[in-house]
Write a protein of this length. Structure first.
Lengths: 503, 651
């Protein structure tokens, strides 16, 4: 089993499946749907050995595959995972299944192309998480834009052109600088190997430039304040499935970038500029929380809520240096980073669920405006139960996954500075305020209008999707130990790595 | 042992799941039987444990169930700590919960929808509350803490069609979250300095840190224990509704009456009291935190009681009474008389649940009219309710011999003996509070049960005693309301019932001082009857009788004479309006400002679209240069050549 090229399989199987679905055409729409589902499930099954066969006692890369790709530039087809990337790959393959099921009858326009786009997207995203060659990473990174561009551009809402261009230019703007940084690193390290980048010594000013170049790329993806404004627009225009992938997986690629590139390659610059990231993270938590409060569009509200939650990820990652500097803190650097990782996985589940909930309503009413709803619980009690549950998870209720990451990051940031924890913990109030206020206006109350009165409750397909997510949210909330265990060695190694100066 | 504990916790959860997940598919009888059996098992086993610990002196049990996670050397575990404090809380919680379950069958009879859902919620609540009190660590404490908040949210909003109900439940959750915000930071402080979340480890490490100082704002140094104590207590202020985080509790009366009894009187709101008592080893290390607690509690005890006098909704009167009584418990904590606080928590749980359920019985009789001005003379229609309500009221005002007398008198005496900063103020408040308590209690009692019959002809015709399923729980609650104080004052206050569970340093130990003068419950009663509080209570009852029965016209006259005071009380000191304006309004204004000016105008308008526009502008200008006409290019070349030549010639 260990000799199988599992990673290649998980990348190319969905891409191949996507092409096959694309070829099957729209005439036999059901065939392409089932085909797409079959490939999504197969890919998920193919990712399971990554978990079961994972050796959590080491921080080394596992399931490595390496072949020469462009020998002239010393570029390799080099794949491998550690405890940081492996959970994200499983998250990707799990969420993709749900997206395929969620789009089943909803997408009537070019269904095969829709399904194909998500399958190809899946392969490319797994590629991003498993690439250990910087050029390979860059290729996957940019390739990711294309299916998403199409998903929003073809199946999106009325203002989709503005949203797609904004999305594309924003993210492309960021990644160009990353490319320059990667090429510079090649000249220093003599190869495009990411692990070689980790080892190469760099002067501080070079590190700072590299850090900023990476920051531009990753901050846009996360997205961090103030480069976040593409996200609400993209979400509002994207079809439900697009929003789910965007929120659940694509945002995580930004966080992953910090973990894999910024921190280990430029640790001294990270140390030097950690105040900037902490500041941006805390602004994201507080400022964006307030902005979310006044949104009238459900998807915008959840998009802003995503930005605030991702603030915990970047906060958790960059308080490391402050904790190390605090003599009173016994430890906690690892706690913060692991909290950030848990927050990423958890947000993958919760944001996916929240967008799917909005999708369920949108499919019936074709409106995302909060004001168009009211009293949904009267006609859709099962749906309401799910929505309240996910809302509570979004508000970080203990027992759900939403609590775990935030709890860890607050505990860790207290060790860095009382006020970091103070500002981060305000999410307890603000996060609950915007989430529950939306729930109050949409779900509770008397039946708002005639259209609400005609709504029908969840069908079996929707129930399945939300039920699976609810189970994931609950399991991770009640027993996060397995997830922590898998990443522990890798995160501990990373924290040690960045505490050693590279000057 | 572990099997027993897991059964206690999980049987209500299982009952809740069976009744809730299959909500519509199961009959009403199934829903109430499955939950009652679940809670019944928990109650029986809790009483068994109570016997095992209180009488047989079983050793303290402190074991993990499973490891939630391990990160950075910090172990997060789920586990149980069972000592006398825990078993007492478990017995109170499960007993009151069982009574409420049975009572609900009668109370919710006429509900068309939500019957099953209701049973599912109250069983879920019982599970959450048990998790909270049985925890041996801060993580699980916080889980239970927020889980009871969730169920409270769901139950206040039980009638989700009612706008006032869904506003009240959101308000309750958010105000509690303000408390939890402090609580979480307190836990973070504990986790940082003690490097553990396990009670036993934290308590063991705390004394070494008693003199630790930390700086929070600039150079000012704070005692670590004070910071931790106050932060944790902010959580208690939310959950136990202390000023200024009390605003949610009166509104929580939007929920059905059985849960007002269970959650918003007997159990959940006392979680804060329990928590501080549990943390006594930490609180004993900071007199500043204790003083803070004392002042907050005393303020709540007196000023919230005052509001109770002017309320006209039967449930709201009792709700303000609950606030006031919680204040008394908090005062007890503030003077390190933790045992007295827990003692009052227990007696209050019985008599306040009794009062709420009695009020519910009246409300059912009155066809859900809750305005006491429409009631009166109900005594002859509902004799059982009348008598149990009288018992509850006597217990509440601390009439000698009733359970509330022992616990309240103990608290007042404890404050009297205390020398901690703020105890003078607190003594004044709690003594004056006795008069206020008697006044609002008997105002309510006389207006509802005595005097002229209900004004409404129709209501009078249908008024009759509630069915057995309602009156039996009332009687079962009335019994402990009378006798529990007499029976337990000796071991709980002056004996060693709490052994190691509650720790008090000798300088703070006011109960030990009281104990020196204690000569049995009868002596306690006789002594109490010669003290101020007794006379004040009697004066309160007499005033209520005079103003509301003997000379009803006086009440209007007093109201006009004291109009400004009346208005202040009627407005509840303006907390609601102030919060509405500042927080609800303010945060929306901030949000809108940040969104419109920050996101849309500045970032999007100026930077993002601005750069797009400047590209367009530049391209628009540059486009004119490339016309495609040959003679334009020729002219440009000639002009350029001329320019170059001039440059070379002259410079």
């Amino acid at each position: 089993m260990a000799d199988w090229p599992i990673l290649s399989l998980t990348i190319w199987l969905p891409i191949f499946g996507g092409l096959l679905v694309l070829g099957s055409g729209d005439r036999a729409a059901n065939v392409s749907r089932w085909l797409a589902l079959a490939f999504a499930v197969l890919t998920f099954l193919a990712t399971i050995p990554l978990w079961t066969g994972f050796d959590s006692s080491t921080a080394a890369m596992q399931f490595q595959e390496k072949a020469s790709w462009i020998p002239a530039w010393d570029i390799h087809y080099h794949l491998g995972v550690d405890g940081i990337s492996m959970p994200l790959i499983l998250l990707t393959s799990f969420i993709t299944i749900l997206v395929i099921i969620a789009g089943w009858e909803v997408i009537q326009k070019r269904p095969s192309q829709y399904m194909a786009a998500f399958l190809i997207m899946e392969g490319v995203m797994i590629g991003v998480f498993s690439a250990l060659d910087a050029m390979l990473f860059y290729v996957f990174w940019e390739a990711m834009l294309i299916p998403m561009f199409l998903i929003i551009g073809i199946w999106g809402g009325p203002n989709r052109v503005y949203a797609t261009i904004k999305f594309f230019l924003y993210t492309f703007f960021g990644s160009v600088f990353m490319l320059v940084a990667l090429i510079y690193l090649y000249t220093q390290a003599g190869s495009f190997g990411v692990l070689d980048f980790h080892a190469v010594k760099l002067p501080l000013n070079a590190q700072i430039l590299i850090f900023i170049a990476f920051l531009l790329a990753f901050a846009v993806k996360v997205p961090m304040w103030p480069v976040h404004t593409w996200l609400p627009d993209a979400h509002v225009e994207a079809p439900t499935g697009g929003s789910v992938i965007l929120a659940a997986i694509m945002l995580k690629i930004g966080g992953y970038g910090f973990l894999r590139f910024s921190l280990p390659i430029a640790p001294d610059a990270s140390h030097e500029l950690d105040w900037l990231i902490i500041l941006m993270s805390l602004i994201a938590v507080v400022y964006i929380g307030f902005v979310a409060l006044v949104q009238a569009d459900m998807k915008k509200l959840i998009a802003y809520s995503s930005i605030a939650h991702m603030g915990f990820v970047t906060l958790g990652l960059f308080i490391v240096f402050r904790i190390a500097a605090n003599a009173d803190a016994h430890s906690g650097a690892v706690l913060g980073s692991e909290g950030a990782m848990v927050q990423m996985v958890s947000h993958g589940f919760i944001s996916a669920a929240m967008f799917l909930c909005v999708g369920v309503l949108y499919d019936r009413m074709h409106s995302r405006q909060i004001a168009d709803y009211g009293g949904v619980v009267n006609v859709m009690p099962v749906f309401a139960a799910f929505m309240v549950f996910f809302a509570m998870a979004n508000a970080g209720l203990p027992g759900t996954s939403g609590f775990v990451g935030e709890f860890m990051v607050v505990l860790a940031s207290f060790r860095a500075d009382f006020w970091y924890a103070f500002l981060a913990a305000t999410t307890l109030i603000i996060g609950a305020a915007y989430t529950l206020w939306m729930v109050k206006r949409v779900i509770f109350g008397d039946i708002g209008n005639e259209r609400v009165a005609k709504l029908t409750d969840l069908n079996g397909r929707e129930f399945l999707v939300l039920g699976l997510l609810a189970a994931a949210v609950l399991i991770l909330g009640l027993w996060p130990a397995p997830l922590i265990e898998v990443m522990d060695q890798s995160i501990t190694h990373l924290v040690q790595q960045i505490s050693v100066s590279k000057l | 042992m572990e099997a027993i504990l897991l059964t206690i916790v999980l049987s209500p959860l299982l009952g809740s799941a069976l009744a809730g997940l299959a909500c519509r598919k199961v009959s009403r009888a199934w829903a109430h039987w499955v939950t009652i059996i679940g809670v019944g098992i928990a109650c029986a086993l809790s009483l068994y444990l109570l016997k095992l610990y209180a009488i047989d002196g079983h050793a303290v049990y402190n074991q993990p169930v499973y490891t939630w996670m391990v990160s950075d050397g910090l172990r997060f575990e789920i586990g149980f700590l069972i000592d006398n404090l825990t078993v007492l809380m478990m017995a109170v919680v499960t007993f009151v919960s069982l009574m409420v379950h049975i009572y609900t069958i009668g109370y919710m009879q006429d509900e068309e929808v939500g019957y099953q859902r209701f049973f599912s919620y109250i069983s879920l609540f019982t599970f959450s509350m048990l998790m909270l009190v049985m925890s041996n660590n801060f993580l699980q404490l916080f889980f239970g803490w927020e889980a009871v908040g969730l169920v409270s949210y769901l139950l206040i909003g039980f009638y989700f069609k009612r706008e006032s109900a869904i506003l009240a439940n959101m308000k309750a959750f958010l105000v509690n979250r303000v408390g939890d915000f402090g609580f979480l930071l307190g836990i973070a402080a504990v986790a940082m300095y003690m490097n553990s979340l396990d009670y036993a480890e934290v308590f063991a490490r705390a004394p070494a840190l008693a003199d630790e100082r930390i700086s929070i704002l600039g150079g000012s140094a704070w005692s670590l224990m004070t910071v931790i104590g106050i932060l944790l207590f902010i959580g208690a202020m939310g959950k136990s509704a202390q000023v200024p985080l009390h605003v949610w509790l009166p509104d929580s009366m939007e929920g059905p009456t059985p849960i007002s009894a269970l959650i918003h009187a007997a159990t959940m709101v006392t979680a804060g009291i329990f928590m501080v008592a549990r943390m006594s080893p930490l609180y004993e290390l900071s007199e500043t935190a204790l003083s803070f607690i004392l002042v907050i509690g005393a303020t709540t005890a007196f000023f919230m009681g005052l509001i109770g006098i002017v309320q006209n909704d039967i449930k709201r009167v009792i709700a303000y009474s609950t606030l006031s009584q919680l204040g008394y418990m908090v005062v007890a904590l503030g003077v390190s008389a933790y045992a007295a606080g827990i003692f009052h928590l227990m007696t209050h749980a019985f008599f306040k649940a009794l009062l709420f359920l009695g009020a519910g019985s009246v409300i059912v009789g009155m066809h859900h009219d809750q305005d006491i001005r429409n009631m009166g003379g109900i005594r002859k229609y509902m004799p059982v309710t009348y008598w149990v309500f009288l018992i509850g009221s006597l217990a509440l005002i601390g009439f000698p011999g009733f359970s509330g007398f022992f616990s309240k008198d103990a608290i007042i005496s404890a404050v009297h003996h205390s020398e901690i900063a703020g105890s003078g103020y607190a003594y004044l408040m709690v003594v004056a509070g006795v008069f206020v308590t008697a006044l609002y209690s008997f105002r309510l009692f006389f207006l509802v049960f005595h005097g002229e019959g209900p004004r409404d002809e129709h209501a009078r015709e249908h008024l009759h005693e509630s069915p057995k399923v309602i009156t039996v729980p009332l009687i079962l609650l009335a019994i402990p309301s009378v006798v529990i104080g007499w029976l337990t004052i000796q071991p709980m206050l002056f004996g060693d019932f709490f052994r190691g569970a509650i720790q008090v340093i000798p300088e703070h130990d006011v109960l030990a001082e009281l104990g020196e003068h204690y000569h049995g419950p009868l002596g306690f009663i006789l002594h109490g009857m010669m003290e101020w509080p007794f006379f004040l209570a009697m004066a309160g009852v007499a005033t209520a009788w005079a103003v509301y029965l003997w000379r009803p016209e006086w009440s209007e006259r007093i109201k006009t004479a004291l109009l400004p005071l009346y208005q202040v009380l009627d407005k509840k000191y303006g907390f609601d309006e102030f919060y509405q304006f500042l927080f609800a309004g303010g945060s929306r204004v901030i949000g809108r400002l940040l969104w419109i000016f920050g996101d849309r105008k500045l970032i999007d308008g100026l930077i993002v679209n601005g750069s797009a526009k400047s590209v367009a502008l530049f391209a628009g200008v540059a486009r004119h240069l490339q016309t495609g006409y040959l003679y334009h290019y020729a002219i440009a070349m000639i002009l350029g050549l001329l320019g170059l030549l001039t440059w070379f010639v002259y410079f």
